[in-house]
Write a protein that binds this ligand. Structure first.
Ligand code: 13P
Ligand code: SF4
Length: 347
């Protein structure tokens, strides 16, 4: 039963004490979040993993790239475990390292050595290592503007992987025109752009988040029509048109803070992952809050981490046979750390 699983999780947590650290991403289910030692967005969880030198085991309640990041940042001192190995991220999978190497060579033929790569942390360790080797850095949705500005101090052109929407929304906020942005299509292996090459400042990788792409212009129009009093707040992984029509856009933490600071009685439509939206609704019963998409948008891979998987993973530690170890190959980890450090040095 659920009660038995919860008791078991509590018991193992108590037995392991400081030897165990459980970070939980905001998109995780409540049944998992109740056992998290810390909750946060990807930036906060990356920083906490780096600061944590006590724990022997980090049981990461999030997706694969987050567990890899924790392994890299803890200098592989700790054992980082992912309760279900199938908890990947469709966006991270959209930038494959071979495609990226091939794209870079072709782009160098077009632009020479005028480019610096940036990658959203939602990417594989191999992509972070590629970016680290080429002088670039990682970004999260909380610091994307700062990191893109930093990149432009290094080079006149930025290649942004793997989320075209975060890249486009961030560059736009920094005053770069949509006509100065091209899209690299990794399936066709070509640049999608109509103007002159010399006008291009940002090259966006054609990837997206399958959760945040589900928020549409129609959803915004419906809310404006049926709930004109509502403020619409969305994550920058949403399409440009949706962000444009919304009132506010920002990272997971930005959304949480905005709702927390709002007056009782205020009304919101939120465009981000379903588990987080549900939690915000439950925590703010004095406010009127809905999901921007009435069908709600779950992240199916995040949801693969559930209470039974968490308990199973904890059991394996209790038995001294920890399973689902995430270990990034040493050289990949070293280059990926360069990219992560360039970001973390600029808090
Ligand atoms: P943040 O936690 O950086 O807002 O990222 C959202 C996300 O999609 C995580 O997978
Ligand atoms: Fe990946 Fe989107 Fe899920 Fe985040 S919400 S883990 S970006 S698929």
């Amino acid at each position: 039963t659920v009660k038995e699983l919860e008791d078991r999780a509590r018991e193992i947590k108590n037995n392991l004490g400081d030897k165990l650290f459980i970070p939980g991403h905001h998109y995780q289910k409540d049944e998992v979040i109740q056992f998290a030692d810390a909750t946060g967005d990807s930036l906060k969880l990356a920083q906490l993993s780096q600061e944590n030198t006590e724990a022997e085991y980090i049981v990461f309640c999030g997706v694969h790239f987050m567990a890899e990041t924790a392994d890299i940042l803890t200098a592989q001192r700790q054992k980082v475990l992912l309760p279900d190995m199938r908890a990947g991220c469709s966006m991270a999978d959209m930038a494959d390292i071979r495609q990226t190497e091939r794209a870079w060579t072709k782009l160098q033929d077009m632009f020479g050595d005028t480019m610096i790569p940036l990658t959203y942390v939602n990417s594989t360790a191999a992509i972070k290592a590629f970016v680290g080797r080429h002088g670039g850095a990682t970004v999260t949705s909380s610091n994307a503007e700062k990191m893109v500005s930093w990149a432009f101090e290094q080079m006149p052109r930025v290649v942004f992987l793997p989320d075209q929407h975060l890249g486009r929304n961030t560059a736009y906020n920094l005053g770069i025109g949509l006509e100065e942005m091209a899209v690299w299509n990794p399936i066709k292996d070509q640049l999608e752009y109509e103007g002159a090459l010399e006008d291009i400042k940002v090259i966006l990788w054609k990837g997206h988040c399958s959760v945040h792409e589900n928020f549409t212009v129609e959803n915004v129009k419906e809310v404006r029509d049926q709930h004109p009093e509502m403020k619409i707040i969305v994550h920058p992984e949403c399409r440009r048109e949706v962000v444009e029509l919304s009132d506010m856009a920002g990272s997971t933490n930005y959304i949480i803070d905005a709702i927390e600071r709002s007056e009782p009685g205020s009304a919101w439509a939120i465009g981000t992952e379903m588990n987080l939206v549900k939690r915000i609704i439950n925590q703010h019963r004095d406010k009127k809050i809905i999901s921007l998409n009435p069908h709600m948008c779950p992240c199916l891979t995040m949801n693969r981490i559930d209470l039974p998987h968490l308990v199973w993973c904890l059991e394996t530690i209790g038995l001294g046979e920890s399973q689902n170890l995430i270990r990034v190959e040493e050289q990949t980890a070293a280059y990926a750390k360069l990219a992560l450090d360039r970001m973390l040095e600029r808090p």
